[in-house]
Design a binder for this molecule. Structure first.
Ligand code: DUC
Ligand code: ZN
Ligand code: ZN
Length: 474
């Protein structure tokens, strides 16, 4: 009998800290050897000329999430995770949204039903807390956190999700007590409402005005408020989807004061600008790029790179949140034609994240290949309680691996995507570096643009408490 089920031979292994030539031996779905030369595998994969990296972990994706009356998300677990593995990912962390008035536990069970038997990669859930009643904060949330849902998101905007300051403080206090990591969507509700009313009154209803209605100052104010509340309660927070300099500098300021404030940015904030929302002559095609916070300008790309290079941001995610463009249930739903405020917020991107960051980051010399691995995999695992099961090439880790061709040139196009959306916001973007094979726990799940894994092979991940969620002094 062979010592290994699989040996990946002759590649260059990349971790968040090191680069070295080694073979990788897999047995029972886990990495059991990383050594100069391994023999005796039942199966071998020749990785010469390729990089051997931990599979991408995208800790910010939305799948099968209810998005308001008459609107449907374009990806459920089947197509969303199919797209994920095609893009070199092996784990995703979508959200389980608590509709107001509903039990948090019942909401999570609904998402399990959606995911069970449908996923091509492993997955866990962040919760979204919209209704922090005494029973949610006193019982449901702490119980779910200890059951493996160890992070949750709160919103500072949106009619059906916004928490006021008092509620934010109560939720932070609950997180501190149960060791959960809180992710915060930082945009100020009242300021957005005010801006929206003024714009609509002036007849400025095209998709572009989505960006005008939520300028950077609105994100900066909310970011500062979330940081202050986190400091008051002494609970760590993760500021998600940071779009530009203003919010980035607030996080840096907090970090320099020694506060446990973490940052995430996303693909769209180094590739898109608010001008993309103008479409053709302010027509509805701009809706393809409507997401929140909105993309800013080219100077903001530089600010985001500065935050990436200087360690302000720990994670680079996609915020995959897809809606069909050509559909009455998506970006062009009947109400959306009347005002930007009804255009569903979100864009697809789980499949394009790794190639875009590799190309713009590593190939163009802004980050090292090891930083790339940290930003796309290792830090997500560490931040969200999946380490040392996920997020590295090392003995004992799950054999979640992407084989990467560093020289392959591709053009991102809808025609080669595997998501359920009918467009990609990154259409026509030329990249260098591409995932040529994705392995989930030692099994090939995607190869050369084809998804070959089994639907349902992806497993639910019960996550540990995040070591980053400990209050200061712990
Ligand atoms: N927040 C997200 O995290 N994703 C899409 C839209 C939003 O507001
Ligand atoms: Zn958000
Ligand atoms: Zn999101």
């Amino acid at each position: 009998m062979s010592e290994f089920d699989l040996v990946i031979r002759g590649g260059k292994v990349i971790t968040a800290s090191d680069t070295f030539r080694a073979d990788v031996g897999v047995r029972g779905g886990r990495i059991v050897a990383v050594a100069e030369k391994l023999t005796d595998g039942a199966r071998a994969i020749d990785a010469s000329g390729l990089l051997v990296m931990p599979g991408g972990i995208d800790s910010h994706v939305h799948l099968a999430q209810p998005s308001g009356p008459g609107v449907k998300m374009a990806d459920g677990f089947e197509t969303g995770t199919r797209s994920a593995v095609a893009g070199g990912n092996t784990t995703v962390l979508p959200f389980a949204l608590q509709p107001r008035g509903a039990s948090l536990r019942a909401s999570v069970m609904d998402y399990h039903k959606e995911a069970d038997g449908n996923a091509y990669c492993d997955y866990g859930f962040h919760l979204i807390v919209t209704d922090p009643t005494p029973s949610v904060l006193g019982q449901e949330l702490p119980a779910l956190v200890s059951d493996g849902y160890s992070s949750f998101k709160v919103f500072m905007t949106y009619d059906d999700m916004v928490l006021n300051d008092r509620q934010l403080l109560e939720v932070f206090e609950c997180a501190r007590g149960c060791g959960a990591l809180v992710m915060v969507h930082c945009e100020g509700y009242d300021a957005i409402k005010f801006m929206t009313q003024r714009l609509e009154a002036a007849g400025k209803t095209a998709p572009y005005y989505h960006a005008v209605s939520r300028p950077e100052v609105v994100e900066r104010e909310a970011t500062h408020r979330a940081i202050s509340h986190g400091e008051l309660i002494d609970t760590p927070i993760m500021i998600v989807h940071v779009s530009g300099r203003e919010a980035m500098e607030q996080i840096r300021w907090a970090q320099q004061r020694g506060l446990k404030v973490y940052g995430e940015t996303c693909t769209q904030y180094v590739t898109l600008t608010a001008d993309d929302l103008k479409g053709l002559n302010m027509d509805e095609t701009g809706g393809k790029y409507v997401c929140s916070p909105p993309p800013r300008d080219r100077a903001s790309w530089d600010a985001i790179w500065e935050g990436i290079r200087t360690g302000v941001f720990q994670t680079f995610s996609s915020d995959h949140c897809p809606f069909l463009y050509e559909s009455g249930e998506g970006k062009l739903n009947p109400k959306a034609r009347t005002s930007f405020k009804w255009v569903p917020n979100g864009i697809p991107g789980v499949e394009a994240r790794l190639p875009i960051l590799y190309s713009k980051g590593v190939v163009e010399g802004r980050i090292t290949i090891n930083e790339f691995v940290a930003l796309t995999s290792t830090n997500h695992a560490k931040m969200y309680g999946l380490y040392p099961q996920k997020g590295a090439i090392g003995v004992g880790f799950d054999a979640d691996i992407v084989l990467w061709d560093p020289n392959r040139r591709e053009t991102i196009r809808q025609a080669i995507m595997h998501h359920g959306a009918d467009y990609t916001p990154y259409e026509g973007m030329a990249v260098t570096g591409w995932p040529v094979m994705t392995l989930l726990r030692g099994e090939v799940v995607a190869e050369d643009g084809k998804v070959v894994g089994a639907k349902g092979a992806g497993r639910f991940l019960k996550r540990e408490l995040s070591p980053f969620a400990r209050p200061s002094g712990h």
